[in-house]
Design a protein around this ligand. Structure first.
Ligand code: GLN
Length: 274
């Protein structure tokens, strides 16, 4: 057995070749501690290890479980986050949102951040790690919050990112007042078909009503009560949602700024409380 035979198990199941190659490296590194450097140096992996990798690849091919759930980790903004099927897998696009948040936080010396729908805590933990702000992450799912708490420990940011079970603002108090509210809310319209891998992620983290706009509307309507004067609100955007979300935000927010992702899709929106 070798890297090619394992890769073929994945490509035969319809997984794209470059992705398959990347995933085989991830399996080897995670389960057999066999790195790219070991491969280059010609280190031989025992058959028992290959069997183990083959089993994982077969499971991946048969079930289309995302590779991140199989290895239990996902790379985001320079860190490895724990992930389980209780929380959305951090996406590359979300790095654009977090980078912009970090820029705004540093430029304006912001101190208190609220992350709504924190899931794995990837946004909250990265902001807490890379800025001087403290972050409160809220989520409706206790199982997701347990993952987020494990990530606080994993990143060594105790007390800088804290979590609370709350349906949006339900258990956030108005006196808490934040400098910035950030969210990567569920934004895929109900009924949209997605890749088989995505079906393994929590549906309530992905899909919503009002053509995908429900959470942008609800959060934007309530945000002014929980923001300090001049506070910021920012979201990740679903495809084609920029105009609608900017329309929703215009009532109470100014300096609305939209940033595109590498594919040219409007991906991040921010605004300042008027
Ligand atoms: N905040 C998490 C993330 O961006 C979870 C988002 C969600 O579940 N919609 O990955």
């Amino acid at each position: 057995m070798n890297i090619q035979t394992i890769t073929k198990i994945l490509t035969d199941a319809g997984i794209e070749e470059n992705e398959a190659k990347k995933e085989v490296k991830m399996l080897l590194e995670h389960f057999s501690n066999y790195t790219e450097l070991d491969r280059i140096r010609g280190k031989v992996l025992p058959d028992s290890e290959w069997d183990r990798i083959r089993e994982k690849a077969e499971y991946r091919a048969e079930t289309r479980t995302p590779i991140q759930y199989i290895i239990g980790e996902s790379y985001f903004m320079g860190e490895y986050f724990k992930v389980t099927p209780a929380a959305l897998i951090p996406r590359d696009e979300t790095e654009i949102l977090v980078r912009e948040a970090i820029r705004i936080i540093k430029e304006n010396e912001l101190k208190n951040v609220l992350d709504i729908g924190t899931g794995s805590g990837c946004i909250a933990c990265t902001i807490a790690k890379q800025t001087d702000a403290v972050v409160l992450g809220v989520d409706i799912s206790s199982d997701a919050l347990r993952v987020a708490l494990d990530n606080v420990t994993k990143l060594g940011i105790n007390n800088r990112a804290v979590f609370r079970k709350s349906d949006l603002f339900e258990r956030v108090r108005e006196e808490e007042r934040f400098d910035l509210i950030i969210s990567n809310p569920p934004y895929i319209p109900y009924g949209t078909s997605v890749e088989p891998e995505v079906m393994h992620e929590p549906k309530e983290a992905l899909f919503t009503g009002e053509n995908g706009l429900r959470f942008y509307r609800e959060i934007t309507e309530k945000a002014p009560k929980f923001l300090k004067p001049g506070g910021y609100l920012m979201f990740e955007l679903g495809i084609g949602e920029a105009d609608a979300v900017s329309g929703i935000m215009e009532k109470d927010f100014r300096e609305i700024n939209i940033i595109k992702d590498l594919a040219g899709i409007d991906r991040t929106i921010s605004g300042k409380l008027a």
